[in-house]
Design a protein around this ligand. Structure first.
Ligand code: SAH
Length: 218
């Protein structure tokens, strides 16, 4: 998988490739999923109507983040915990937010089962507006797609080159890379993608204390 689907398709970051070698994907898909299915280059069902992204997309998004060991990263959409484990195996300090309690609990068990010393905080909340208590972040990676990029996520980026990697779009989605330097944001559009929707729950963790909605509504 690493040689064909990742290196063969242009993933070059050694830290990303090494992390993929250390994290067994079968530990993050439901029991009974065959190895061929788990390691195929396609999304895989993980229960609760959600999927874990195909390995290439996970690797591509993490490579876009450009993080180095010790950087702090916010992941929105823990899901199976597979991507969380890859980020942790790269030596990153991870805060991961998941809206479905059952998935978050299962992911926590799976990640810590493989990487007992991983530096990961598992949070059950609506991550649409990020997770302010641990902001700013050197990287923010979002595994579900809003219609447009939430301003609150951009504001939680480190002003010293913080990067947000996020799928967004209404009828068709693309991957976006937002980079922040000071108050300047540079937005670049990358691959066309298809992710599950980023849901919004009223009264979520990141609600604006002034009651002023930020970002765009779905
Ligand atoms: N990175 C995950 C992908 C999971 S799919 C993995 O490796 O398995 C996307 C996940 O985003 C789902 O688990 C879904 O429940 C979650 N999600 C959707 N909207 C969310 C929100 N507003 N806040 C947090 N998680 C959300």
């Amino acid at each position: 998988m690493v040689r064909n689907d990742l290196e063969g398709q242009g993933i070059k970051d050694r830290g990303v490739l090494d992390a993929f070698m250390r994290v067994p994907r079968e530990a993050f898909v439901p029991e009974g999923t065959g190895l061929r299915e788990a390691y195929g280059d396609h999304p895989c069902p993980i229960g609760c109507g959600q999927t874990v992204s195909q390995p290439f997309i996970v690797a591509y998004m993490i490579q876009m983040l450009g993080c180095v060991p010790g950087d702090n990263v916010l992941e929105v959409g823990t899901g199976s915990g597979y991507q969380t484990a890859i980020l942790a195996a790269m030596g990153l300090k991870v805060v991961t937010v998941e809206v479905i309690t059952r998935l978050a609990a299962r992911a926590r068990g799976a990640v810590l089962g493989i990487l007992p010393h991983a530096d990961v905080s598992f949070i059950v909340a609506d991550g649409y507006q990020g997770w302010r208590p641990a902001a700013p972040y050197r990287g923010i990676i979002v595994s579900a797609a809003p219609v447009s990029i939430p301003g609150e996520l951009e504001s939680q980026l480190s002003p010293v080159g913080g990067r947000l990697v996020i799928p967004a779009g209404e009828w068709s989605q693309s991957l976006f890379l937002v980079e922040r330097v000071g108050d300047e944001l540079t937005v670049r559009r990358s691959l066309p993608v298809r992710f599950v929707p980023l849901v919004r729950r009223r009264g979520g963790s990141g609600d604006d204390p002034n009651g002023r909605p930020r970002g765009d509504t779905e």
